[in-house]
Ligand binder design. Structure first.
Ligand code: LLP
Length: 421
């Protein structure tokens, strides 16, 4: 459920007409709903309320400071994967003890920054990384809390580019070798083992792969405890999917997920951490774009928008489906027309949808891409020297531009021309 709904034939974000924001901000832009963000965070928080837990929002999904602050005020922790994300979490007022640091390539500098600024735990992805964390912590005279990310070799049954839990993927340590890696961790100075981490992929639409992975984590917890390790936290990663198309089978809800976690891991008495990104941000955001031209091609009509692949890369990159709806609701009974919906970028891959049935549209009409809040703005680029599009946040009847559109001069002036030119 989200808060983008038609009222009297016009799309609203909470209590604000989307067309009014478009008139003030210009298109294209991303638009987020505070109520939806908060609702989704709370769904997870409640789903795990049967025991000690922390919901660490995976900010890679959408990392605007206003979004982070909204969630931080709800008590969210953060999952970060770079020095930049760590700095964003701190800037948004998230205390270090609520930040977990994931990612396969943490650098010496990133580790040092997190140890200096405060960190709940590093989710260690390899032995070389574990040794570097030990060295950095020792040189700073501190102890680094760690979990080891295990790779359970489970098929997440999602798009190959976002599946992470198979043995051929670059992530984590093969679960079969976990006991020897934990033995090394216990022997290294400057490290404190606090738990186990796992994340098998993104946009999972079934509980079964999660459960398979978590069962392996449960068994490993017992084996590691028998080896003398103190396992007090289980970080279960993110990955719960969202419905991108209404016709799709609905993915499990956070409540179902929470109940499954309780059944599989509840008896171990560990604190549960999860790292959802998409489910919190995905349906909390839309991308609003304007029709520039309707072009009659051979056997097809193109809807040429002012938004493009550089603004929302998911269709080009993962063949992702986003629902595209008109901001002015179609009259009931109007005949739908198939359109190829494209952007102005000079690549055929700049296609959002082919043969998509829409009510007839004309130049100047506004459309909204639903479910664009996660992995939308954060994956945008300035390809074709198109400015990064603004982000706008709505709360009840107010809205605020939380990232303005840069001017051409601002973009150009970031370049330095050497003095010899
Ligand atoms: N934790 C870790 C360690 C991750 O790698 C990810 C996502 C998450 C949590 C959050 O997963 P979520 O709850 O959002 O599924 N750009 C792709 C998605 C890439 C996901 C990468 N890792 C897309 O647009 O579909």
């Amino acid at each position: 459920m989200d808060h983008f709904i038609y009222k009297d034939g016009s799309l609203f974000a909470e209590d604000v007409p989307v067309a009014e924001i478009a008139a003030q901000v210009g298109t294209p832009f991303y638009l987020y709903s505070t109520a939806t963000l908060v609702r989704h965070f709370r769904l997870f928080d409640e789903a795990l309320s049967w025991g000690p837990h922390l919901v660490c929002y995976a900010m890679k999904a959408a990392s605007n400071q206003a979004i982070l602050r909204t969630l931080a005020q709800e008590g969210a922790g953060m999952d970060v994967v770079s020095g930049g994300e760590y700095a964003r979490a701190i800037a948004a007022g998230v205390p270090g003890e609520r930040i977990v640091f994931s990612g396969v390539g943490k650098t010496h500098e990133e580790i040092k920054a997190a140890l200096t600024g405060g960190i709940r735990q590093f989710n260690v992805e390899s032995e070389p990384e574990m040794r570097v964390i030990s060295e950095v912590a020792t040189s700073l005279g501190v102890v680094a809390p760690i979990t080891v990310r295990v790779n359970p070799d489970v098929d997440a049954k999602t798009h190959a580019k976002i599946a992470t839990g198979k043995s051929e993927n670059k992530f984590g340590i093969p679960i079969a070798r976990a006991r020897e890696v934990y033995a090394e961790a216990a022997a290294l100075p400057g490290l404190k083992v606090v738990g186990i981490d796992v994340h098998i992929g993104s946009q999972l639409t079934q509980l079964e792969p999660f459960q398979q992975a978590y069962q392996k984590v449960a068994d490993l917890t017992e084996a590691l405890r028998a080896d003398g390790h103190e396992i007090t936290r289980l970080d279960l990663g993110g990955g719960l999917g969202i419905p991108y198309a209404r016709s799709n089978e609905a993915p499990p809800l956070p409540t179902d997920y929470g109940a499954m976690v309780k059944d599989t891991l509840g008896h171990l008495g560990c604190e549960i951490e999860i790292e959802p990104g998409r489910l919190i941000a995905g349906n909390s955001g839309i991308m609003v774009s304007k029709v520039i031209y309707v072009k009659n091609g051979e056997g097809r009509d193109f809807l040429i928008l002012d938004g493009a692949m550089n603004d929302l890369i998911r269709p080009a990159m993962y063949e992702a489906h986003h629902e595209i709806i008109p901001v002015q609701e179609a009259e009931p009974g109007v005949e739908l027309t198939p359109y190829d919906i494209v952007g102005p970028v000079c690549e055929t891959g700049d296609t959002f949808a082919k043969g998509r049935l829409m009510p007839p549209l004309a130049a100047g009409d506004l459309v909204a891409f639903r479910s664009a809040g996660a992995y939308g703005a954060v994956m945008a680029s300035e390809y074709n020297t198109r400015p990064l599009i603004p982000e706008v946040l709505v709360k009840d009847d107010q809205f605020s531009v939380i990232r303005p559109r840069p001017t051409f001069d601002e973009m150009i002036n970031r370049d330095n021309v050497p003095e010899w030119l």
